[in-house]
Design a protein around this ligand. Structure first.
Ligand SMILES: Nc1ncnc2c1ncn2[C@@H]1O[C@H](COP(=O)(O)OP(=O)(O)OP(=O)(O)O)[C@@H](O)[C@H]1O
Length: 301
């Protein structure tokens, strides 16, 4: 589990990108739902920008942000907290020379879990890829979202639950359910959040993301994004679609290593090949055909 506080979140100000109408509408709706007390859930394929958007929206709420990353080993103990280790206090009272008094006190140390801390202090929690955690662990969120209490199961504390701070908010993200390593989401949890699909990022928004992340100008960003989209289309939907991450990698490496973004340039062709080859191969199963298709799409730039 990763937990970041507001001051540690190194996402740059993505104002430019999020000024785009595609994002503006999603952000406005999300903030409305969150201010009304409803959790928001961004779902979509890998690399579509769910985590970045979730963190951006969470930061706009102007409360400390806690980032929890879902995984199969995440436990209630990680979320709630637990007694871990002991503190030992020893008092050696030798005030009267002939009398020696020793007092020993051993107490268990309570370590707050990250959800406990967020619930207590009214943080905004981004629960990234929550479907990767086991449904048993995610059950904890049912009462947090519905009854506004965090049950302190098996934590040996004297309290049975902790009341949720009125400013506490949650933003969830998940990959679409067919992804490997993902559990079927419990209907009950899905029922308590507003799910916004992030499947169809517009070409303009994607170009803006590449410009933002790499600093290349619009023409270059557009050329790279168009190339990746064409490669995806030539896969006829059979392979794993390349995401904006591939566009960012190509533009970023080209910029940093002085490779011109020109389809006929051999170094650029090699770069495109290295970044897209395996995705294309998974759909064609033919090495030569995969290479030819990449070069063909490259030359169209
Ligand atoms: N608005 C944005 N501005 C700048 N960069 C962005 C933006 N949206 C996405 N990116 C970049 O695109 C890449 C993919 O984004 P992100 O990790 O948020 O996607 P994701 O949908 O959460 O992916 P995954 O499901 O694989 O975790 C990252 O490198 C991220 O920095």
């Amino acid at each position: 589990m990763t937990v970041l506080k507001q001051s540690n979140l190194h996402t740059s100000q993505k104002k430019g990108v999020y000024e785009h109408p595609y994002y503006k509408s999603i952000i406005r709706r999300s903030l409305n739902y969150l201010s009304a007390g409803y959790p928001v859930h961004y779902t979509g394929p890998s690399g579509v920008g769910k985590t970045t958007l979730a963190i951006h929206v969470a930061k706009l709420i102007k409360r400390p942000v806690t980032l929890i990353t879902g995984n199969k080993d995440l436990t209630n103990e990680d979320l709630i907290g637990a007694y871990r280790g002991y503190s030992r206090k020893k008092l050696n009272d030798n005030f009267i020379k002939t009398v020696r008094k020793i007092e020993e006190n051993v107490t268990e140390d309570w370590v707050e879990g990250h959800l406990y801390e967020a619930v207590k202090n009214g943080h905004t929690v981004v629960y990234d890829e929550f479907t990767r955690s086991s449904p048993d662990t995610n059950n904890l969120f049912l009462s947090v979202l519905e009854e506004r209490v965090l049950p302190l199961y098996g934590s040996k504390t004297k309290d049975s639950h902790l009341r949720v701070h009125p400013d506490f908010r949650m933003v969830f993200t998940s990959n679409t359910a067919e992804y490997i390593g993902v559990y079927d989401t419990q209907d009950a949890l899905m029922d308590r959040m507003i799910s916004i699909p992030l499947n169809f990022i517009s070409m303009d928004a994607e170009i803006a993301v590449v410009m933002e992340r790499t600093g290349v100008d619009r023409d270059k960003a557009e050329a790279v994004v168009r190339f990746i989209r064409n490669v995806n289309q030539s896969e006829s939907g059979k392979g794993q679609d390349l995401s904006v991450r591939s566009s960012i990698m190509i533009a970023d490496i080209a910029e940093k290593t002085g490779v011109p973004i020109e389809g006929k340039n051999e170094s650029f062709q090699n770069l495109c090949m290295d970044i897209t080859y395996f995705s294309l191969l998974s759909s064609t199963n033919d090495e030569k055909e995969a290479r030819n298709r990449i070069i063909e799409q490259c030359k169209k730039i």
